[in-house]
Design a protein around this ligand. Sequence first.
Ligand code: ARG
Length: 617
Amino acid sequence: MTADGPQQAPAAGTFRDRLRGAFATALAAAHAEGVLPIAAGDLPGLVDQVRETADPKFGDYSATLAMGLAKKAGKKPRDVAVELARRLPAAPGFAATFTPPGDPVGPGFLNVRVRDDALAAAISAAFADERLGVPAVARAETIVVDFSSPNVAKPMHVGHIRSTVIGDALARILRFRGHRVVTDNHLGDWGTQFGMIIWGWKHCRDDAAFAADPTAELGRLYRLVRKVADAKPEDLAADPSAAALAARHPDAGREVLEETAKLHAGDAENRALWQRFMPACLADIERLYRRLDVSFDHWLGESFFQPFLADVVADLESRGLARESRGATGIFLDGDDKPPFLVRKADGAFLYATTDLATIRWRLEHWRPDRILYVVDHRQGQHFDQLFRTAARWGLPGLDGVALVHVAFGTVLGDDGKPFKTRSGDTVGLESLLDEGVERAGQLVAADEGLAAEERRNVAETVGIGAIKYADLCQNRTTDYVFSYDKMLELKGNTAAYMQYAVARVEGVLEKGGVDRDALRRSAPAITLADPRERALALALLRFGEVLEDVEADYRPNLLTAWLYDLAGRYSAFYDGLPILKAPEPERTSRLALADLTGRVLRRGLELLGIGTVRRM
Ligand code: ARG
């Protein structure tokens, strides 16, 4: 059973889209002819069961939908599969044959193999395409990505890496897919940490130190005052200067809270201090973002929303949603006997929740998004659950149909399986984390004598930072992972270094052959896929768009890293097994074109993850 219809022009969309379209047509036809006695409402969504095969021996794609359908229709899976298979080849865009040819459907699986002519046409089109064969989404959405969002005035630490790196990758990917992406760094720039540094400033600042390095001094004050305010005996025992201060200020904990309250109430001195501290805090984190190559469209932190909070609470009250509870104000989402979602404390202070509600309202009004993604630690799951339910009840204009999504992630662990800490038990500062990664990468790179010192430093930076990012992105985001420099810098395996090396190797071939890549592209060479290794490489290259679609569906960048890794493996099989530069024409040019496209795809894939590449390493 082959699909030898008239030759079709390369249809738009990925192979998977085209196959799904064909299956949708076949399903509808079978249903209309009464062959599938199921409810019409059961048809949509079934085609999602057309996917790449796990085992290439069964072809390129396979559909498992006959199984479920057969059950619903009270038929044998094989019979349903035969009925579908019979109607498929006539469907527009069907560019495949069944495998194995003699027994197209087995017990009910529909295994298909992309027709070689269709594959060659698609790979040539991808080669000529700026977007490398990745179709843009049919319906572009406006998507707000709220990510990184650290609490400033305390040093960024290892806990911030995940939101920053995952959020940035998702924003890049969604943008490349054709969405309108609005990134927003929702800084925690109004919290109790300011009460601590203001108190510290008033009682124990070091002016010379502040003049020399403001953020270092603010960081010192933050750490010191936290100990004094918490007054935990074990902390004080380990830190004599904190102990001395605590002895002189037994009420420090309460005074720190008062400083925060004064700031929020508009006290002139505390506001002036806040304004003085903010630029230093921002300069500090901006330096880190530059190193990480992360940027934002907006930096609307918590302080920006302060003027709106009283009105938010008043509005919730006037609609009968929020009401008083032991002096505080909250929304009783789960009945009167369950704790409410608090929006105002008994002392009048507003909360994290209040700011987030004001932020949703502001974003709806100003950006009219279709989706808002919050890339935040899974420990805030309850907050977002309550926030989204409150927003839904609030009935804000423009909220209908808007998806609010908590893109949650797990914790970064140390070797001991506990949250990653330094030996002395402190959280690991992000800056020193990056420094160590770069230093260790430098030791790898130092082995290459051919590089000049300056280039070596750049390579070390790209490899070291890339390793840290990739190690995070290649994890299933919802699980915890163990942070290990040794593992992330391995040159073999699913690591950034391996991927960066793959790019350098692919491009090395073109360089060695003296190939002018622009000229090669302009010449629109015929790409032939006679060898199975060429075919396997081409098929993987053409899955780029499918993978990005899957990343978006579940906000999982690790699907992209896994596919890139697989692609690099297929390139190795191709490169190790077949002559390229020494091949006779026309194979030589065809293979160079495949190498060029692989290089561009790998590079773009890494770029979408926010990971840089190097020419040599
Ligand atoms: N600043 C918060 C924290 O460090 C994260 C903010 C996330 N975004 C939001 N809209 N709540 O925990």
